[in-house]
Design a protein around this ligand. Sequence first.
Ligand SMILES: Nc1nc2c(ncn2[C@@H]2O[C@H](COP(=O)(O)OP(=O)(O)OP(=O)(O)O)[C@@H](O)[C@H]2O)c(=O)[nH]1
Length: 385
Amino acid sequence: MSLQYEEEPLAEHYGYGPPDSFPKDFGYGEEEEEEAEDLPAPADSKPRILLMGLRRSGKSSIQKVVFHKMSPNETLFLESTNKIYKDDISSSSFVNFQIWDFPGQVDFFDPTFDYEMIFRGTGALIFVIDAQDDYVEALGRLHLTVTRAYRVNPDINFEVFIHKVDGLSDDHKIETQRDIHQRANDDLVDASLEKLHLSFYLTSIYDHSIFEAFSKVVQKLIPQLPTLENLLNIFISNSGIEKAFLFDVVSKIYIATDSSPVDMQSYELCCDMIDVVIDVSCIYGLKEDGSGSAYDKESMAIIKLNNTTVLYLKEVTKFLALVCILREESFERKGLIDYNFHCFRKAIHEVFEVGVAAQRSSAPPPATAPCSKTVALNGTPRNTV
Ligand SMILES: Nc1nc2c(ncn2[C@@H]2O[C@H](COP(=O)(O)OP(=O)(O)OP(=O)(O)O)[C@@H](O)[C@H]2O)c(=O)[nH]1
């Protein structure tokens, strides 16, 4: 990557603009693109993450902020969604899913709304509740939605985002979460659906909580997660590193971390580092004619903070970066860290190659078969409906 001055706006290269400017090719070049074409997956057969909830609860904002780099303030001008918006993000992200954003007023009794087909190919259903509003109606809708979905596909992960909590005090946040948790689960017990598990998250697009919550949602859908965690544990313990995150660079959601607890500040620090690296790279890293990529095999960065902490970022795959937090003393053994990283990177590639091989050898299921999970090129499961 050579550092050259580039006059064109950032949006042209890294999707800071409207959704259409999101980079289609965030990778290194044709070789890997061709490999991807070996495994065609019709858009509609990709596993889905559904975003549902009442009108104006914040569904489109979440999708735009997390996957399209829209700034939170811009979401004030989003128009109401009036049909299902399918967003296929797999060409620019490790997250090989379609995100389906539903209009607030979905009617399950409408015969044109084939909810069985929709829920059958769904990996996760995110139900968004506006915590700044009266949530009684939202809870009724949540119950109706999850019970319908569960009957069609009990394997769906049900995730509830208690959203817009930026407007609440800390006490109010906890109280709201407790109340929503209690009422939603009581409704399920009344319907004899104790087995249906709901996970709750407090989220806001105005801080990193929405990225953290999305990270957890996506992690549950990655079959290789335990292997990735193990590899990260081995890597950090042999390298004197305190914390390591494996990031999907484009969305800044972390797809795995070592097993030490995640503290929000460390996560935010690593997210900010990715922003800095990509911004600098967009301005100074592209060729004069605008070709090249803001993130490639050469991408790496070291940031030394004034509190003897070092942040170290290295490229792992076309979509993934490893971001580590370590002490300055440990960074003196950079040679060892780099050697361990080399082994770690190789192992990650092997993990995903096994996934690709498994997918190649498995015969495609018939079109009418029930949902079956295979593994996609980038490692995420690919459900076929
Ligand atoms: N304070 C705050 N406002 C938010 C947050 N997320 C979204 N909003 C605002 O909520 C409003 C509605 O957001 P949308 O994303 O359009 O909601 P939606 O659920 O997609 O609405 P429909 O398309 O009508 O179903 C917008 O004005 C957003 O700016 C948040 O985390 N905090």
